[in-house]
Design a protein around this ligand. Sequence first.
Ligand code: GTQ
Length: 348
Amino acid sequence: MNAQIQIDDTARQRAAYYDRISQSSLTPLWEVLGALVPKQPNSPAVGALWKYADIRDYVMEAGRLITAEEAERRVLILENPAMRGNSSITQTLYAGLQLILPGEIAPAHRHTQSALRLVLDGEGAYTAVDGERTTMKRGDFIITPAWTYHDHGNLGDTPVVWLDGLDIPLLRFFDAGFAEHGHTVAQSELRPEGDALARYGNNMLPMDFQQTSAQPTKVFVYPFARTRESLLSIARTAADPHMGHKLRFVNPATGASPMPTMGAFAQHLPAGFETQSYRSTDGTVYACLEGEGVAEINGEAFPFQPNDVFVVPSWHTLRLQARKDTILFSYSDRPAQQSLGLWREQKL
Ligand code: GTQ
């Protein structure tokens, strides 16, 4: 008999006990320990890809349903398919496609969330950060560090779409979100376009400049023309087996990531190149700027073309194959993990 009866009896006693303690908002650790302290990361996120050709019409349709000013930010959020309803593409990161039509303004505001933009489609829009505008060209990487005022406008005659990357889920987790509207819809121009890049982004710094850790980076645009030039130059040398030719964007005054919570990267993969398998703890969002290829994420193949966006969750194995000469942009929470001493990678 009795082994089975004994087990059933124990299970019943435990279940009754769990019910009783639950009324005091208590729960037994031993039922959840394995999930709380996993042997290795076990992200609820899945690998996924958004084909721009499939979703561009939806983005444009939003332009007929709501104005940028009414929406404040007219964005379709890219939600991880396994985490719907969370406005998250990974546990810590947010991604969205923002649309601004000719003549529109996305009003000035600031928030403790850090934001980055990667321009994908159209031309003639600008982003203003702390009183300086930058005209957004395809592939430009633009940042709005935490608590800097920013607004967007479109002075051109085509719709402009860019990828927004923010640390919204991370700040939600910390319950550290604050936001406020600007005093005016558009910031007044305090400096001419290109001023920050000339002073802080050309291997020089103003004579009396000292970067303090509390101060956001002065460089807020990384023009694609420069990024591309660097990538194509180093593409003449041997590619790293796991990365191809990959560089990280930095605050030129410190060498650290431009923003403390999110890092951004650009990489070139020569036509026919295949990376070796790689995984790291920073879930990463990629956007294809040039070329085409296949991202194999935990063994599942995702073919990508220009403007497609894909996500590689934490500790998912990534293999990239380039069908043509390919340029990828990516961002992740790597600097946040590194500053906490958590980040790990594995070259397989
Ligand atoms: O441009 O400030 O996609 O605040 C989401 C929240 C963009 C922005 C988003 C934002 C912004």
